[in-house]
Design a protein around this ligand. Structure first.
Ligand code: GDP
Ligand code: MG
Length: 596
Protein backbone atom coordinates (compact mmCIF):
# COMPACT_ATOMS: atom_id res chain seq x y z
CA UNK A 1 0.00 0.00 0.00
CA UNK A 2 3.00 2.28 0.46
CA UNK A 3 3.13 2.56 -3.33
CA UNK A 4 -0.43 3.92 -3.69
CA UNK A 5 -1.38 7.61 -3.80
CA UNK A 6 -4.97 8.78 -4.03
CA UNK A 7 -5.39 12.38 -5.09
CA UNK A 8 -7.73 14.85 -6.61
CA UNK A 9 -7.24 18.02 -8.60
CA UNK A 10 -9.05 21.13 -7.44
CA UNK A 11 -9.14 24.42 -9.26
CA UNK A 12 -11.27 27.33 -10.26
CA UNK A 13 -12.89 26.84 -13.66
CA UNK A 14 -10.49 27.28 -16.59
CA UNK A 15 -7.38 27.24 -14.44
CA UNK A 16 -6.26 24.05 -16.17
CA UNK A 17 -7.51 21.07 -14.20
CA UNK A 18 -8.49 18.98 -17.24
CA UNK A 19 -5.33 19.87 -19.14
CA UNK A 20 -3.13 18.88 -16.21
CA UNK A 21 -5.03 15.59 -15.96
CA UNK A 22 -4.32 15.05 -19.67
CA UNK A 23 -0.59 15.65 -19.13
CA UNK A 24 -0.46 13.21 -16.21
CA UNK A 25 -2.27 10.54 -18.22
CA UNK A 26 0.01 11.11 -21.19
CA UNK A 27 3.22 11.15 -19.15
CA UNK A 28 2.38 7.84 -17.48
CA UNK A 29 1.41 6.21 -20.79
CA UNK A 30 -2.00 5.36 -19.41
CA UNK A 31 -3.64 6.01 -22.76
CA UNK A 32 -1.98 5.19 -26.05
CA UNK A 33 -0.81 8.26 -27.87
CA UNK A 34 -3.11 7.75 -30.84
CA UNK A 35 -6.15 7.54 -28.55
CA UNK A 36 -5.23 10.63 -26.60
CA UNK A 37 -7.43 13.68 -27.07
CA UNK A 38 -7.92 16.88 -25.13
CA UNK A 39 -9.75 16.74 -21.82
CA UNK A 40 -9.92 13.00 -22.00
CA UNK A 41 -11.73 12.64 -18.71
CA UNK A 42 -14.62 14.90 -19.72
CA UNK A 43 -16.85 12.39 -21.43
CA UNK A 44 -20.21 14.04 -22.02
CA UNK A 45 -20.65 16.31 -25.05
CA UNK A 46 -22.00 19.02 -22.81
CA UNK A 47 -18.95 18.82 -20.61
CA UNK A 48 -16.65 19.26 -23.55
CA UNK A 49 -18.63 22.11 -25.03
CA UNK A 50 -19.09 23.99 -21.81
CA UNK A 51 -15.68 23.14 -20.47
CA UNK A 52 -17.07 21.84 -17.22
CA UNK A 53 -16.96 18.52 -15.44
CA UNK A 54 -20.34 17.26 -14.41
CA UNK A 55 -19.53 13.74 -13.32
CA UNK A 56 -16.42 12.90 -11.36
CA UNK A 57 -14.07 10.69 -13.37
CA UNK A 58 -11.35 8.47 -12.10
CA UNK A 59 -8.21 7.11 -13.64
CA UNK A 60 -5.47 4.82 -12.36
CA UNK A 61 -1.97 5.85 -13.39
CA UNK A 62 1.21 3.79 -13.14
CA UNK A 63 4.29 5.85 -12.52
CA UNK A 64 7.93 4.81 -12.26
CA UNK A 65 9.37 7.44 -9.95
CA UNK A 66 12.89 8.82 -9.81
CA UNK A 67 13.51 6.62 -6.76
CA UNK A 68 13.18 3.67 -9.13
CA UNK A 69 9.96 2.35 -7.55
CA UNK A 70 6.63 1.79 -9.27
CA UNK A 71 3.66 3.70 -7.93
CA UNK A 72 -0.08 3.52 -8.48
CA UNK A 73 -1.63 6.97 -8.60
CA UNK A 74 -5.40 7.19 -8.48
CA UNK A 75 -6.69 10.48 -9.82
CA UNK A 76 -10.23 11.15 -8.68
CA UNK A 77 -11.55 14.10 -10.59
CA UNK A 78 -14.19 16.30 -9.00
CA UNK A 79 -17.06 18.21 -10.58
CA UNK A 80 -15.89 21.80 -10.35
CA UNK A 81 -19.19 23.52 -9.75
CA UNK A 82 -21.08 24.68 -6.70
CA UNK A 83 -24.16 22.69 -7.78
CA UNK A 84 -22.23 19.50 -7.11
CA UNK A 85 -20.59 20.39 -3.80
CA UNK A 86 -21.62 17.20 -2.07
CA UNK A 87 -20.05 15.07 -4.79
CA UNK A 88 -16.88 17.12 -4.56
CA UNK A 89 -16.71 16.56 -0.83
CA UNK A 90 -17.14 12.76 -1.26
CA UNK A 91 -14.48 12.62 -3.95
CA UNK A 92 -12.11 14.49 -1.68
CA UNK A 93 -12.93 12.16 1.21
CA UNK A 94 -11.57 9.32 -0.93
CA UNK A 95 -8.16 10.99 -1.23
CA UNK A 96 -5.17 11.71 0.97
CA UNK A 97 -4.15 14.78 -0.96
CA UNK A 98 -5.02 17.17 -3.74
CA UNK A 99 -3.30 19.31 -6.32
CA UNK A 100 -4.48 22.86 -5.81
CA UNK A 101 -4.18 24.28 -9.30
CA UNK A 102 -4.14 28.06 -9.63
CA UNK A 103 -3.76 29.99 -12.87
CA UNK A 104 -0.55 31.97 -12.36
CA UNK A 105 -1.88 34.84 -14.42
CA UNK A 106 -5.30 35.03 -12.75
CA UNK A 107 -4.59 34.18 -9.14
CA UNK A 108 -6.84 32.73 -6.49
CA UNK A 109 -10.53 32.82 -7.41
CA UNK A 110 -13.78 32.06 -5.59
CA UNK A 111 -13.90 28.35 -6.46
CA UNK A 112 -10.22 27.94 -5.58
CA UNK A 113 -11.09 29.02 -2.07
CA UNK A 114 -14.30 27.00 -1.73
CA UNK A 115 -12.61 23.81 -2.92
CA UNK A 116 -9.40 24.35 -0.98
CA UNK A 117 -11.33 24.91 2.26
CA UNK A 118 -13.22 21.70 1.65
CA UNK A 119 -9.95 19.83 1.17
CA UNK A 120 -8.43 21.38 4.30
CA UNK A 121 -11.54 20.39 6.27
CA UNK A 122 -10.97 16.80 5.18
CA UNK A 123 -7.34 17.07 6.28
CA UNK A 124 -5.97 16.53 2.81
CA UNK A 125 -2.38 17.38 1.95
CA UNK A 126 -2.54 20.23 -0.56
CA UNK A 127 0.11 20.54 -3.25
CA UNK A 128 -0.11 24.00 -4.84
CA UNK A 129 0.51 24.05 -8.59
CA UNK A 130 0.85 27.36 -10.41
CA UNK A 131 -0.28 26.64 -13.94
CA UNK A 132 0.03 28.62 -17.18
CA UNK A 133 3.42 30.04 -16.33
CA UNK A 134 4.02 30.23 -20.08
CA UNK A 135 1.70 33.23 -20.21
CA UNK A 136 3.50 36.58 -20.26
CA UNK A 137 1.15 37.90 -17.59
CA UNK A 138 1.92 35.04 -15.20
CA UNK A 139 3.08 36.29 -11.82
CA UNK A 140 3.83 33.19 -9.73
CA UNK A 141 5.30 35.08 -6.77
CA UNK A 142 2.22 37.21 -6.39
CA UNK A 143 -0.04 34.18 -6.62
CA UNK A 144 2.02 32.33 -4.01
CA UNK A 145 1.32 35.18 -1.60
CA UNK A 146 -2.39 35.04 -2.44
CA UNK A 147 -2.47 31.33 -1.64
CA UNK A 148 -0.73 31.90 1.67
CA UNK A 149 -2.86 34.92 2.58
CA UNK A 150 -6.25 33.57 1.65
CA UNK A 151 -6.03 29.81 1.93
CA UNK A 152 -3.46 29.81 4.67
CA UNK A 153 -1.18 27.07 3.39
CA UNK A 154 2.52 27.26 2.65
CA UNK A 155 3.09 27.96 -1.03
CA UNK A 156 6.89 28.27 -0.96
CA UNK A 157 7.22 24.88 -2.66
CA UNK A 158 4.43 25.45 -5.18
CA UNK A 159 5.16 23.73 -8.48
CA UNK A 160 5.49 25.92 -11.53
CA UNK A 161 3.77 24.32 -14.47
CA UNK A 162 2.49 24.82 -17.95
CA UNK A 163 -0.01 22.15 -18.75
CA UNK A 164 0.02 23.51 -22.27
CA UNK A 165 3.70 22.78 -22.90
CA UNK A 166 4.01 19.94 -20.40
CA UNK A 167 6.48 21.84 -18.25
CA UNK A 168 6.34 20.72 -14.61
CA UNK A 169 4.48 17.46 -15.27
CA UNK A 170 7.23 15.33 -13.79
CA UNK A 171 7.57 17.69 -10.81
CA UNK A 172 3.87 17.23 -10.16
CA UNK A 173 4.16 13.43 -10.29
CA UNK A 174 7.16 13.46 -7.95
CA UNK A 175 5.37 15.81 -5.55
CA UNK A 176 2.36 13.50 -5.48
CA UNK A 177 4.47 10.58 -4.29
CA UNK A 178 6.68 12.60 -1.93
CA UNK A 179 4.19 15.00 -0.38
CA UNK A 180 0.89 13.15 -0.38
CA UNK A 181 0.74 10.38 2.24
CA UNK A 182 0.13 6.77 1.28
CA UNK A 183 -3.28 5.43 2.34
CA UNK A 184 -3.62 3.85 5.76
CA UNK A 185 -5.81 0.85 6.47
CA UNK A 186 -5.31 -2.88 6.59
CA UNK A 187 -6.03 -5.82 4.33
CA UNK A 188 -6.57 -7.97 7.43
CA UNK A 189 -9.43 -5.84 8.77
CA UNK A 190 -13.07 -6.43 7.76
CA UNK A 191 -14.09 -4.84 4.46
CA UNK A 192 -14.67 -1.11 4.63
CA UNK A 193 -15.13 0.83 1.40
CA UNK A 194 -16.73 4.16 0.65
CA UNK A 195 -19.08 4.82 -2.24
CA UNK A 196 -17.66 7.80 -4.09
CA UNK A 197 -20.02 7.88 -7.06
CA UNK A 198 -22.28 5.67 -9.13
CA UNK A 199 -23.76 5.74 -12.60
CA UNK A 200 -25.59 3.59 -15.06
CA UNK A 201 -23.77 1.80 -17.83
CA UNK A 202 -25.82 0.09 -20.51
CA UNK A 203 -23.48 -2.93 -20.59
CA UNK A 204 -22.54 -3.33 -16.95
CA UNK A 205 -25.61 -1.95 -15.15
CA UNK A 206 -24.93 0.30 -12.20
CA UNK A 207 -21.22 0.93 -11.68
CA UNK A 208 -20.21 1.85 -8.16
CA UNK A 209 -16.99 3.81 -7.73
CA UNK A 210 -15.40 2.89 -4.42
CA UNK A 211 -12.46 3.79 -2.25
CA UNK A 212 -11.17 0.73 -0.40
CA UNK A 213 -10.12 1.52 3.16
CA UNK A 214 -9.81 -1.88 4.85
CA UNK A 215 -9.97 -5.47 3.69
CA UNK A 216 -10.31 -6.76 0.16
CA UNK A 217 -13.04 -7.35 -2.33
CA UNK A 218 -13.53 -9.80 -5.17
CA UNK A 219 -16.23 -11.19 -7.44
CA UNK A 220 -18.62 -13.48 -5.54
CA UNK A 221 -18.32 -11.58 -2.24
CA UNK A 222 -21.63 -10.86 -0.54
CA UNK A 223 -21.50 -7.19 0.40
CA UNK A 224 -23.74 -5.01 2.48
CA UNK A 225 -24.59 -1.34 2.00
CA UNK A 226 -24.60 -0.19 5.58
CA UNK A 227 -27.09 2.70 5.30
CA UNK A 228 -29.99 0.47 4.31
CA UNK A 229 -28.58 -3.00 5.08
CA UNK A 230 -29.24 -4.25 1.56
CA UNK A 231 -27.02 -7.11 0.42
CA UNK A 232 -25.64 -7.87 -3.01
CA UNK A 233 -23.29 -10.37 -4.58
CA UNK A 234 -20.42 -8.72 -6.41
CA UNK A 235 -20.23 -9.56 -10.14
CA UNK A 236 -17.02 -7.78 -11.07
CA UNK A 237 -14.40 -5.49 -9.62
CA UNK A 238 -12.02 -3.34 -11.62
CA UNK A 239 -10.07 -0.16 -12.25
CA UNK A 240 -10.42 2.77 -14.61
CA UNK A 241 -7.61 2.97 -17.13
CA UNK A 242 -9.60 5.22 -17.85
CA UNK A 243 -11.92 2.63 -19.45
CA UNK A 244 -13.43 0.25 -16.88
CA UNK A 245 -11.11 -2.78 -16.78
CA UNK A 246 -11.73 -5.95 -14.78
CA UNK A 247 -9.29 -7.18 -12.17
CA UNK A 248 -9.19 -10.08 -9.69
CA UNK A 249 -9.58 -8.11 -6.51
CA UNK A 250 -9.41 -4.70 -4.91
CA UNK A 251 -7.44 -4.26 -1.71
CA UNK A 252 -7.30 -1.65 1.02
CA UNK A 253 -6.02 1.70 -0.16
CA UNK A 254 -7.15 1.23 -3.76
CA UNK A 255 -9.74 3.01 -5.83
CA UNK A 256 -11.85 1.04 -8.27
CA UNK A 257 -15.35 -0.06 -9.13
CA UNK A 258 -17.73 -2.89 -8.51
CA UNK A 259 -20.83 -4.10 -10.26
CA UNK A 260 -23.45 -6.26 -8.57
CA UNK A 261 -26.50 -6.51 -10.86
CA UNK A 262 -27.89 -3.30 -9.43
CA UNK A 263 -30.63 -1.94 -11.66
CA UNK A 264 -31.40 1.38 -10.05
CA UNK A 265 -28.86 3.97 -8.92
CA UNK A 266 -31.38 5.22 -6.37
CA UNK A 267 -30.42 2.17 -4.28
CA UNK A 268 -26.91 3.55 -3.97
CA UNK A 269 -26.09 6.35 -1.57
CA UNK A 270 -22.95 8.33 -2.22
CA UNK A 271 -20.88 8.45 0.97
CA UNK A 272 -22.30 5.14 2.23
CA UNK A 273 -20.07 2.39 3.64
CA UNK A 274 -19.79 -1.03 2.02
CA UNK A 275 -18.88 -3.98 4.21
CA UNK A 276 -19.42 -7.75 4.47
CA UNK A 277 -22.53 -8.69 6.43
CA UNK A 278 -21.07 -11.65 8.29
CA UNK A 279 -17.96 -9.72 9.29
CA UNK A 280 -18.89 -6.03 9.25
CA UNK A 281 -16.53 -3.15 9.90
CA UNK A 282 -17.03 -1.60 13.30
CA UNK A 283 -16.05 1.86 12.05
CA UNK A 284 -18.36 2.85 9.18
CA UNK A 285 -18.06 6.32 7.62
CA UNK A 286 -20.11 8.98 9.35
CA UNK A 287 -22.98 8.38 6.96
CA UNK A 288 -24.22 9.97 3.82
CA UNK A 289 -26.40 12.82 2.80
CA UNK A 290 -29.32 12.50 0.44
CA UNK A 291 -28.81 15.42 -1.87
CA UNK A 292 -31.94 17.49 -2.18
CA UNK A 293 -32.88 19.58 -5.20
CA UNK A 294 -32.75 23.31 -4.51
CA UNK A 295 -33.95 24.76 -7.81
CA UNK A 296 -37.23 23.81 -9.48
CA UNK A 297 -38.92 24.61 -12.76
CA UNK A 298 -41.90 23.45 -14.78
CA UNK A 299 -41.20 21.57 -18.02
CA UNK A 300 -44.00 21.29 -20.56
CA UNK A 301 -44.00 19.72 -24.00
CA UNK A 302 -45.00 22.20 -26.68
CA UNK A 303 -47.17 19.47 -28.21
CA UNK A 304 -49.23 17.73 -25.58
CA UNK A 305 -48.77 14.41 -27.43
CA UNK A 306 -45.10 14.50 -26.37
CA UNK A 307 -45.97 14.20 -22.70
CA UNK A 308 -45.17 10.48 -22.46
CA UNK A 309 -41.92 10.98 -24.36
CA UNK A 310 -40.93 13.63 -21.87
CA UNK A 311 -41.65 11.28 -19.01
CA UNK A 312 -39.56 8.52 -20.63
CA UNK A 313 -36.71 10.94 -21.23
CA UNK A 314 -36.75 12.14 -17.63
CA UNK A 315 -36.76 8.56 -16.43
CA UNK A 316 -33.79 7.73 -18.64
CA UNK A 317 -31.83 10.75 -17.47
CA UNK A 318 -32.50 9.97 -13.84
CA UNK A 319 -31.11 6.46 -14.38
CA UNK A 320 -27.77 8.17 -14.34
CA UNK A 321 -28.46 11.06 -12.04
CA UNK A 322 -30.36 10.25 -8.89
CA UNK A 323 -30.35 13.91 -7.86
CA UNK A 324 -32.96 14.84 -10.47
CA UNK A 325 -36.52 14.71 -9.23
CA UNK A 326 -39.64 15.09 -11.34
CA UNK A 327 -43.33 15.04 -10.52
CA UNK A 328 -46.28 15.38 -12.88
CA UNK A 329 -47.67 18.88 -12.75
CA UNK A 330 -50.69 20.49 -14.31
CA UNK A 331 -50.79 24.11 -15.23
CA UNK A 332 -54.00 25.86 -16.22
CA UNK A 333 -51.91 27.75 -18.75
CA UNK A 334 -49.49 25.12 -20.03
CA UNK A 335 -51.36 21.86 -19.63
CA UNK A 336 -49.67 18.65 -18.54
CA UNK A 337 -45.98 18.65 -17.73
CA UNK A 338 -43.50 17.98 -14.96
CA UNK A 339 -41.98 19.91 -12.12
CA UNK A 340 -38.28 19.15 -12.16
CA UNK A 341 -35.98 19.56 -9.18
CA UNK A 342 -32.23 20.20 -9.60
CA UNK A 343 -29.11 20.79 -7.54
CA UNK A 344 -28.67 24.26 -8.99
CA UNK A 345 -29.04 26.42 -12.08
CA UNK A 346 -26.27 24.79 -14.07
CA UNK A 347 -27.62 21.35 -13.31
CA UNK A 348 -31.07 22.51 -14.49
CA UNK A 349 -29.73 23.98 -17.70
CA UNK A 350 -27.78 20.83 -18.50
CA UNK A 351 -30.86 18.65 -18.08
CA UNK A 352 -33.02 20.99 -20.16
CA UNK A 353 -30.40 20.99 -22.86
CA UNK A 354 -30.07 17.21 -22.85
CA UNK A 355 -33.85 16.77 -23.07
CA UNK A 356 -33.93 18.89 -26.18
CA UNK A 357 -30.74 17.56 -27.78
CA UNK A 358 -30.58 13.90 -26.90
CA UNK A 359 -34.33 13.27 -26.84
CA UNK A 360 -35.33 15.78 -29.48
CA UNK A 361 -38.11 17.30 -27.38
CA UNK A 362 -39.58 20.78 -27.81
CA UNK A 363 -40.24 22.14 -24.36
CA UNK A 364 -41.49 25.24 -22.69
CA UNK A 365 -39.72 25.67 -19.38
CA UNK A 366 -40.89 28.01 -16.66
CA UNK A 367 -38.54 30.27 -14.74
CA UNK A 368 -36.50 28.58 -12.02
CA UNK A 369 -37.57 28.98 -8.45
CA UNK A 370 -36.13 28.08 -5.06
CA UNK A 371 -37.96 26.17 -2.33
CA UNK A 372 -39.95 28.29 0.13
CA UNK A 373 -41.11 27.22 3.56
CA UNK A 374 -44.48 28.67 4.41
CA UNK A 375 -46.03 28.55 7.86
CA UNK A 376 -49.77 28.99 7.68
CA UNK A 377 -51.91 30.70 10.29
CA UNK A 378 -53.30 27.29 11.31
CA UNK A 379 -49.75 26.13 12.10
CA UNK A 380 -49.30 23.90 9.06
CA UNK A 381 -45.91 24.20 7.35
CA UNK A 382 -45.94 23.74 3.58
CA UNK A 383 -43.02 23.47 1.18
CA UNK A 384 -43.54 25.51 -1.97
CA UNK A 385 -41.49 24.71 -5.07
CA UNK A 386 -43.93 26.35 -7.48
CA UNK A 387 -45.04 29.96 -6.97
CA UNK A 388 -48.50 29.05 -8.28
CA UNK A 389 -48.94 26.86 -5.20
CA UNK A 390 -48.39 29.68 -2.72
CA UNK A 391 -51.28 29.83 -0.21
CA UNK A 392 -53.56 32.87 -0.20
CA UNK A 393 -52.12 35.92 1.55
CA UNK A 394 -54.74 35.72 4.30
CA UNK A 395 -53.65 32.18 5.21
CA UNK A 396 -49.94 32.92 5.57
CA UNK A 397 -48.26 33.47 8.91
CA UNK A 398 -44.72 33.69 7.57
CA UNK A 399 -42.58 32.75 4.57
CA UNK A 400 -38.98 31.59 4.81
CA UNK A 401 -36.52 31.42 1.93
CA UNK A 402 -33.09 29.77 1.49
CA UNK A 403 -30.07 32.02 2.00
CA UNK A 404 -26.45 31.44 1.01
CA UNK A 405 -23.00 32.57 2.08
CA UNK A 406 -21.43 33.96 -1.06
CA UNK A 407 -17.83 34.85 -1.85
CA UNK A 408 -16.88 37.24 -4.64
CA UNK A 409 -13.32 37.91 -5.72
CA UNK A 410 -12.68 40.81 -8.04
CA UNK A 411 -10.37 43.64 -8.99
CA UNK A 412 -10.73 46.67 -6.75
CA UNK A 413 -12.16 48.95 -9.44
CA UNK A 414 -15.36 46.90 -9.67
CA UNK A 415 -16.10 46.81 -5.96
CA UNK A 416 -18.52 49.74 -6.12
CA UNK A 417 -20.53 48.17 -8.92
CA UNK A 418 -20.70 44.81 -7.21
CA UNK A 419 -21.79 46.37 -3.93
CA UNK A 420 -24.65 48.07 -5.75
CA UNK A 421 -25.64 44.83 -7.41
CA UNK A 422 -25.56 43.03 -4.08
CA UNK A 423 -27.76 45.66 -2.43
CA UNK A 424 -30.26 45.36 -5.29
CA UNK A 425 -30.17 41.59 -4.71
CA UNK A 426 -30.89 41.96 -0.98
CA UNK A 427 -27.34 40.94 -0.04
CA UNK A 428 -25.78 41.73 3.34
CA UNK A 429 -22.04 42.20 3.35
CA UNK A 430 -20.34 40.11 6.04
CA UNK A 431 -16.67 40.56 5.16
CA UNK A 432 -14.29 42.46 2.93
CA UNK A 433 -10.61 41.66 2.56
CA UNK A 434 -7.82 42.74 0.25
CA UNK A 435 -6.10 39.72 -1.27
CA UNK A 436 -3.34 41.99 -2.54
CA UNK A 437 -3.11 45.66 -3.57
CA UNK A 438 -5.48 45.24 -6.49
CA UNK A 439 -7.86 42.40 -5.72
CA UNK A 440 -10.59 42.16 -3.13
CA UNK A 441 -12.61 39.35 -1.57
CA UNK A 442 -16.17 40.19 -0.53
CA UNK A 443 -18.48 37.98 1.46
CA UNK A 444 -22.24 38.27 1.50
CA UNK A 445 -25.33 36.69 2.95
CA UNK A 446 -27.80 36.59 0.11
CA UNK A 447 -31.17 34.98 -0.69
CA UNK A 448 -30.64 32.09 -3.10
CA UNK A 449 -33.59 33.23 -5.20
CA UNK A 450 -31.63 36.36 -6.14
CA UNK A 451 -28.85 34.22 -7.60
CA UNK A 452 -31.33 32.10 -9.53
CA UNK A 453 -32.66 35.20 -11.28
CA UNK A 454 -30.09 36.02 -13.93
CA UNK A 455 -27.43 36.88 -11.41
CA UNK A 456 -24.43 35.53 -13.27
CA UNK A 457 -24.93 37.68 -16.36
CA UNK A 458 -25.26 40.77 -14.18
CA UNK A 459 -22.16 39.88 -12.21
CA UNK A 460 -20.28 39.40 -15.43
CA UNK A 461 -21.35 42.69 -16.96
CA UNK A 462 -20.76 44.72 -13.80
CA UNK A 463 -17.22 43.31 -13.46
CA UNK A 464 -16.40 42.95 -17.18
CA UNK A 465 -16.04 39.24 -16.48
CA UNK A 466 -13.37 39.68 -13.81
CA UNK A 467 -15.43 38.69 -10.77
CA UNK A 468 -15.52 35.09 -9.62
CA UNK A 469 -18.34 33.87 -7.44
CA UNK A 470 -19.05 30.86 -5.27
CA UNK A 471 -21.44 30.10 -2.43
CA UNK A 472 -22.60 27.60 0.09
CA UNK A 473 -26.05 27.05 1.50
CA UNK A 474 -26.48 28.81 4.83
CA UNK A 475 -30.06 28.13 5.98
CA UNK A 476 -33.61 29.45 5.85
CA UNK A 477 -34.52 33.02 6.76
CA UNK A 478 -37.82 34.80 7.05
CA UNK A 479 -38.50 37.21 4.21
CA UNK A 480 -41.17 39.76 3.45
CA UNK A 481 -42.27 37.97 0.31
CA UNK A 482 -45.31 38.13 -1.91
CA UNK A 483 -46.56 36.35 -5.01
CA UNK A 484 -46.62 38.47 -8.12
CA UNK A 485 -49.17 37.31 -10.68
CA UNK A 486 -49.41 38.07 -14.38
CA UNK A 487 -52.77 38.34 -16.12
CA UNK A 488 -53.24 38.14 -19.87
CA UNK A 489 -56.59 39.55 -20.92
CA UNK A 490 -57.66 39.34 -17.27
CA UNK A 491 -56.80 35.64 -16.99
CA UNK A 492 -54.18 34.78 -14.40
CA UNK A 493 -51.33 32.78 -16.01
CA UNK A 494 -50.19 30.42 -13.27
CA UNK A 495 -46.94 29.56 -15.00
CA UNK A 496 -45.84 33.21 -14.94
CA UNK A 497 -46.27 33.81 -11.20
CA UNK A 498 -43.13 34.61 -9.24
CA UNK A 499 -42.25 35.21 -5.61
CA UNK A 500 -40.66 38.60 -4.96
CA UNK A 501 -39.77 40.80 -2.03
CA UNK A 502 -42.63 43.12 -1.11
CA UNK A 503 -40.51 46.22 -1.64
CA UNK A 504 -39.64 45.12 -5.16
CA UNK A 505 -43.09 43.99 -6.21
CA UNK A 506 -44.07 47.28 -7.81
CA UNK A 507 -41.10 47.82 -10.07
CA UNK A 508 -40.65 44.14 -10.85
CA UNK A 509 -44.32 43.96 -11.81
CA UNK A 510 -43.96 46.99 -14.05
CA UNK A 511 -40.74 45.72 -15.66
CA UNK A 512 -42.14 42.26 -16.16
CA UNK A 513 -45.25 43.65 -17.87
CA UNK A 514 -42.98 45.70 -20.15
CA UNK A 515 -40.74 42.75 -20.95
CA UNK A 516 -43.75 40.58 -21.75
CA UNK A 517 -45.01 43.26 -24.07
CA UNK A 518 -41.74 42.98 -25.99
CA UNK A 519 -41.84 39.23 -26.42
CA UNK A 520 -45.53 38.55 -27.00
CA UNK A 521 -46.10 39.41 -30.61
CA UNK A 522 -49.10 41.24 -31.96
CA UNK A 523 -52.18 39.23 -32.68
CA UNK A 524 -55.62 39.87 -34.16
CA UNK A 525 -56.82 41.55 -30.96
CA UNK A 526 -55.44 43.70 -28.16
CA UNK A 527 -53.73 41.79 -25.35
CA UNK A 528 -53.89 43.40 -21.93
CA UNK A 529 -50.95 42.48 -19.70
CA UNK A 530 -51.35 43.13 -16.00
CA UNK A 531 -49.12 42.52 -13.00
CA UNK A 532 -50.87 42.05 -9.68
CA UNK A 533 -50.30 41.16 -6.06
CA UNK A 534 -53.48 39.65 -4.68
CA UNK A 535 -56.29 41.83 -6.05
CA UNK A 536 -54.11 44.86 -6.47
CA UNK A 537 -53.08 45.66 -10.04
CA UNK A 538 -49.55 47.12 -10.01
CA UNK A 539 -48.97 47.64 -13.70
CA UNK A 540 -50.70 47.36 -17.02
CA UNK A 541 -49.62 47.45 -20.65
CA UNK A 542 -51.21 46.42 -23.90
CA UNK A 543 -49.96 44.60 -26.96
CA UNK A 544 -51.95 46.30 -29.68
CA UNK A 545 -53.65 44.22 -32.35
CA UNK A 546 -51.86 44.38 -35.70
CA UNK A 547 -53.67 45.96 -38.52
CA UNK A 548 -51.64 44.94 -41.52
CA UNK A 549 -50.47 41.60 -42.80
CA UNK A 550 -47.00 40.81 -41.42
CA UNK A 551 -45.61 40.34 -44.86
CA UNK A 552 -46.80 43.78 -45.89
CA UNK A 553 -43.55 45.38 -44.82
CA UNK A 554 -41.74 43.45 -47.52
CA UNK A 555 -43.45 45.79 -49.97
CA UNK A 556 -44.91 42.89 -51.84
CA UNK A 557 -41.92 42.64 -54.18
CA UNK A 558 -39.53 39.98 -53.08
CA UNK A 559 -41.20 36.58 -52.94
CA UNK A 560 -38.27 34.72 -51.42
CA UNK A 561 -38.01 37.25 -48.64
CA UNK A 562 -41.67 36.83 -47.94
CA UNK A 563 -41.31 33.10 -47.78
CA UNK A 564 -38.33 33.37 -45.48
CA UNK A 565 -40.28 35.54 -43.10
CA UNK A 566 -43.14 33.07 -43.01
CA UNK A 567 -40.75 30.20 -42.43
CA UNK A 568 -39.12 32.10 -39.65
CA UNK A 569 -42.50 32.59 -38.05
CA UNK A 570 -43.21 28.91 -38.35
CA UNK A 571 -39.92 27.95 -36.72
CA UNK A 572 -40.59 30.47 -33.98
CA UNK A 573 -43.88 28.72 -33.34
CA UNK A 574 -42.14 25.61 -32.13
CA UNK A 575 -41.67 26.95 -28.65
CA UNK A 576 -45.01 28.65 -28.30
CA UNK A 577 -47.95 27.93 -26.04
CA UNK A 578 -51.53 29.01 -26.49
CA UNK A 579 -52.79 30.45 -23.27
CA UNK A 580 -56.47 31.16 -23.65
CA UNK A 581 -56.40 32.64 -27.13
CA UNK A 582 -53.01 34.32 -26.70
CA UNK A 583 -49.87 32.81 -28.19
CA UNK A 584 -47.10 33.03 -25.63
CA UNK A 585 -43.49 32.24 -26.62
CA UNK A 586 -40.88 30.52 -24.45
CA UNK A 587 -39.13 33.88 -23.95
CA UNK A 588 -42.12 35.10 -21.94
CA UNK A 589 -41.45 32.52 -19.24
CA UNK A 590 -37.85 33.61 -19.03
CA UNK A 591 -38.64 37.34 -19.11
CA UNK A 592 -38.72 37.36 -15.36
CA UNK A 593 -35.00 36.51 -15.37
CA UNK A 594 -34.22 39.71 -17.20
CA UNK A 595 -35.56 42.05 -14.55
CA UNK A 596 -33.29 44.75 -13.04
P1 GDP B 1 -10.40 23.43 -16.27
O1 GDP B 1 -11.70 24.17 -16.43
O2 GDP B 1 -9.74 23.77 -14.97
O3 GDP B 1 -10.52 21.95 -16.50
O4 GDP B 1 -9.41 24.04 -17.37
P2 GDP B 1 -8.94 23.42 -18.75
O5 GDP B 1 -7.92 22.37 -18.54
O6 GDP B 1 -10.13 23.09 -19.57
O7 GDP B 1 -8.17 24.68 -19.35
C1 GDP B 1 -8.85 25.89 -19.61
C2 GDP B 1 -8.17 26.62 -20.77
O8 GDP B 1 -6.83 26.98 -20.41
C3 GDP B 1 -8.05 25.75 -22.00
O9 GDP B 1 -8.27 26.57 -23.12
C4 GDP B 1 -6.62 25.25 -21.96
O10 GDP B 1 -6.11 24.97 -23.24
C5 GDP B 1 -5.90 26.43 -21.33
N1 GDP B 1 -4.71 26.03 -20.59
C6 GDP B 1 -4.58 25.01 -19.72
N2 GDP B 1 -3.33 24.96 -19.22
C7 GDP B 1 -2.64 25.95 -19.82
C8 GDP B 1 -1.27 26.41 -19.73
O11 GDP B 1 -0.44 25.90 -19.02
N3 GDP B 1 -0.96 27.51 -20.49
C9 GDP B 1 -1.83 28.12 -21.29
N4 GDP B 1 -1.41 29.19 -21.99
N5 GDP B 1 -3.11 27.71 -21.41
C10 GDP B 1 -3.51 26.64 -20.69
MG1 MG C 1 -12.17 20.83 -16.93
Amino acid sequence: MSNIRNFSIIAHIDHGKSTIADRLIEHTFTVEKRQMRDQILDSMDIERERGITVKAQTVRLKYKAKDGKDYILNLIDTPGHVDFTYEVSRSLAACEGALLVVDAAQGVEAQTIANAYMAVDQELELVPVLNKIDLPSADPDKVKIEIEEIIGIDAADAILASAKSGLGTEDILEAIIKRIPAPEGSVEEPLKAMIVDSWYDSYLGVIVLIRMVDGQLEAGDKIQFMSNKTERVVDTVGYFLPKPTKTDKLVSGEVGFLTASIKNIREINIGDTITIARRPTVRPFPGFKKVKPVVFCGMYPVESKDYEDLRDALEKLSLNDSSITFEPETSAALGFGFRGGFLGLLHMEIIQERLEREFDLDLVNTAPTVVYRVTKKDGEVVIIDNPAGMPEVGEIELIEEPVIDATVILPEEFVGGIMQLMVARRGMQTNMKYINETRVMLEYKLPLSEVVMDFYDKLKSVSKGYASFDYEFSGYQQGDLVKLDILLNKEKVDALSIIVHKDQAFYKGRDLADKLKEVIHRQMFDIAIQAAVGNKILARTTVKAYRKNVTAKCYGGDISRKRKLLEKQKAGKKRMKNIGNVEVPQEAFMAVLKLG
